[in-house]
Design a protein around this ligand. Structure first.
Ligand SMILES: [Cu+2]
Length: 282
């Protein structure tokens, strides 16, 4: 019975594929970076991203219910009201009740979506009093990070394969991370080289993505609730090395941050903006 064997083989392949996809999806626990066969978002590390994940799941339930309902209606129409099953077509027209229902119910669904949607938008857009401010400047093609309160800045380049340690992810790890303290509100000022192009600063685990525009200062914020390294990428097509200017944010304890800040002030002392000015003048 070759047909049966074929069917069994197909079923087995499908089951194997599904289990691989789901086991991989379940294994998405990798902190702050994508994982193979990942389903859904990267793990959230901020209150904003928690809400993004919640809103995403909420919408998923709504669209699944709407799609299933429309599918049921279609199936009913196809089988019950086709020409063969229904030789004498009904001339029914207008039904006030159903017209009210199909107007009011979608309005209620949209209102149910709008309320949490606007709440999330306001949460993202309203920057709470910041504990620390950092500035991210998109350049061709790397990021420059500044700590305006401490008056220093430094460049952050992607690590090439030969520079990378075994545990550092390819195309994401950088030489100098953006370092911030855990459980603190970090305001991020985002801009691009004044003589450059548009980039975008995005870190999926933090739920932030904002354009870096030459001559314009955008701002966003995050409050990381767990220590670790969180990766993002430039998210605006910016040129030939667009794919090679990743963002790495290292979230550390308050003590570690203070220690890092002290040594960074000395290490990057000469980069107190002089280079930006020089680069702009070139
Ligand atoms: Cu870019």
């Amino acid at each position: 019975m070759p047909v049966q064997k074929q069917l069994i083989a197909i079923a087995a392949t499908m089951a194997a594929t599904i289990s691989i996809v789901f086991s991989g999806g379940m294994a998405l626990a990798a902190n702050g970076q994508p994982s193979p066969w990942q389903l859904g978002f990267q793990q959230s590390a901020t209150p904003v991203m928690d809400d993004v994940v919640w809103f995403h799941n909420f919408l998923l339930y709504i669209i699944a219910a709407v799609s299933a309902f429309v599918l049921v209606l279609l199936v009913i129409v196809i089988f019950r009201f086709n020409a063969r099953a229904n030789p004498i077509p009904s001339k029914t027209t207008h039904n006030t009740t159903i017209e009210v229902v199909w107007t009011v119910v979608p309005v209620m669904i949209l209102a149910a979506i709008a309320v949490p949607s606007f709440r999330l938008l306001f949460l993202q857009q309203t920057i709470p009093p910041a504990d620390i401010t950092v500035k991210a400047t998109g350049r061709q093609w790397y990021w420059n990070y500044g700590y305006p309160d401490s008056k220093f800045e430094y460049d952050s380049y992607m690590l090439q394969d030969k520079e990378r340690k075994a545990d550092q992810p390819r195309l994401l790890a950088v030489d100098n991370d953006l370092v911030v303290p855990v459980d603190k509100v970090v305001r991020v000022l985002v801009t691009a080289d004044p003589i450059g192009v548009i980039h975008a600063f995005a870190v999926p685990s933090f739920g932030i993505k904002i354009d870096a525009v030459p001559g314009r200062l955008n701002e966003t914020w995050f409050k990381a609730t767990r220590e670790g390294i969180y990766y993002g990428q430039c998210s605006e097509l910016c040129g030939k090395d667009h794919a090679y200017m990743p963002i790495a944010v290292r979230v550390v304890s308050e003590g570690e941050f203070a220690a890092w800040l002290e040594q960074a002030k000395k290490k990057y002392a000469r980069d107190d903006g002089a280079r930006s000015v020089a680069a702009a003048a070139e």
